[in-house]
Design a protein around this ligand. Structure first.
Ligand SMILES: Cc1cc2nc3c(=O)[nH]c(=O)nc-3n(C[C@H](O)[C@H](O)[C@H](O)COP(=O)(O)O)c2cc1C
Length: 437
């Protein structure tokens, strides 16, 4: 068993909001968090604001969920049916999207920021119980969070009659068992209830309406809740000074792959993707050129270099032909075999398919087998069209977005690099050599 007793090593920047104190080694302790203005937002909300006013502030900031879909957070809260109690707040800390490692930094280095945001959300929606569903592998983050929750109880920020008001709120942490599907919100809730982590049918199982134990549940990503803390503490104007009108704020962006300075950076939304790669990522490796970039984790379409001048936000990345997703920016230079890259991504989905629906359970291994065959130089010309027709068969027919995501790298790789697939077939080998992905 490895001893995990320090934060993960990652290159980070001091950012304007969520990463303001990220490099302060004591920020995880409540005393330091309080010195830096911690829990003033909760104090302000409980003493001076109604629950509706908190939601209104989040709506004015136009906070959109950072779990991938960018759905407006306050709108999600408003979809919880009135008069149905108890209700719950859940943080999605499963963070399993390949290329994504931002929530981990928040939980390891600044856990009270999350606890405060969750408590504010609970106050706003009328919940008295909060769950943090954390990925199993985040052992150190879980330890830090657990200690932080205990500190928050000891200081009266959690528990009964918080800060002398009528508001009660308990917080518990649940460790997942290490499966990608647990990040899908309905599968997460099944797992939290002690069932198999399989997605649920929507409707009726929209978490806001029928969530944990079929009761109203506000479920959002860790980064989303951390933003709530800043919006309430400093006002929506501080948040909206970053980004574009439709998609304000900053984004914790994880840059990996063939760049000089990979890391997790807090970046204002809306800067060109090129700047994300060149300024924060330090550009591609010495002497190499950019070949491809995935802007939003494994589920986002792969982009060629002529698509990187679009703004790095929800709308901008759609315009570019991809999506911002979890903002896991994976950069590939000209040494990369795109057949191998697609194969690598599909193998992930194949491994993680929960097996509940046939298109995903059968389709992912089939795609994977075909890609392995082509990559090894044993493919036939008709295999490329077979791949595409398989994607068509799976499209819109999988039970959840996991299976739908598996077709994304295949389609985008064939769309932009079909010649490489053909080259593998005509040459009977990978032109880039073994393992060039
Ligand atoms: C297969 C799959 C995996 C997902 N994994 C995560 C995850 O690890 N973390 C996360 O916040 N959202 C994940 N999501 C998205 C969640 O279902 C949900 O939309 C999100 O947590 C909502 O948070 P937000 O409103 O803050 O964006 C995943 C979705 C799918 C389909």
């Amino acid at each position: 068993m490895p001893v995990v007793n320090q934060p993960s090593a990652a290159r980070l920047n001091r950012g304007p909001l969520l990463f303001r104190y990220i490099d302060d080694p004591e920020q995880y302790r409540i005393e330091r968090y309080l010195e830096h203005g911690g829990y003033t937002a909760l104090r302000k909300a409980l003493r001076e604001m109604t629950p509706a006013q908190v939601a209104e502030m989040v709506a004015r900031a136009n906070l959109r969920g950072r779990g991938g879909a960018f759905f407006p957070t306050a709108r999600k809260w408003s979809l919880m049916p009135s008069g149905v109690f108890p209700r719950y707040v859940v943080a999605n800390a499963d963070e399993s999207e390949p290329g994504t490692c931002k929530d981990r930094q928040l939980m390891e280095r600044d856990p009270h920021q999350l606890i405060e945001g969750l408590t504010l959300a609970a106050y706003s929606v009328g919940a008295e119980q909060v769950y943090i569903y954390i990925r199993w592998e985040f052992e150190f983050a879980a330890e830090r969070l657990w200690n932080a929750i205990r500190e928050a109880y000891a200081h009266g920020f959690l528990g009964k009659r918080i800060l002398g008001t009528e508001f009660n709120c308990d917080m518990a942490m649940h460790r997942g068992a290490g499966a990608y599907i647990c990040g899908e919100e309905t599968a997460l809730l099944s797992s939290l209830e002690g069932r198999r982590p399989e997605p649920r049918l929507r409707p009726p199982y929209f978490p806001a309406a029928k969530g944990y134990r079929s009761l109203p549940t506000a479920l959002s990503n860790v980064e989303t809740y951390c933003n709530v803390t800043h919006i309430v503490r400093e006002g929506p104007e501080v948040f909206t000074q970053f980004g574009r009108e439709k998609c304000p704020g900053t984004k914790l962006t994880c840059i990996s792959g063939h760049v000089r300075t990979p890391g997790v950076y807090e970046i204002p939304l809306g800067v060109p993707l090129r700047e994300v790669i060149d300024e924060w990522g330090g550009g591609v490796r010495e002497g190499r050129s950019l070949k491809a970039v995935i802007p939003g984790g494994a589920s986002a379409p792969i982009l060629p270099p002529d698509r990187i001048d679009y703004p790095f936000d929800f709308e901008g990345m759609i315009e570019a032909g991809s999506m911002i997703g979890s903002a896991g920016v994976i950069v590939m230079d000209d040494t990369t075999c795109m057949v191998g890259a697609a194969m690598n991504l599909v193998r992930f989905f194949e491994h993680e398919s929960c097996g509940k629906c046939t298109p995903c359970r059968e389709g992912c291994p089939w795609l994977s087998r075909l890609l392995r065959k082509i990559e090894a130089g044993q493919g036939k010309r008709e295999d490329i069209d077979l791949l595409l027709s398989l994607c068509d068969e799976m499209d819109g027919k999988c039970f959840c977005l996991l299976g739908e995501s598996a077709i994304v790298p295949v389609r985008s790789a064939i769309q932009h690099w079909r010649h490489e697939f053909e080259q593998h077939i005509t040459e009977g080998r990978c032109p880039f050599g073994d393992g060039a992905y």
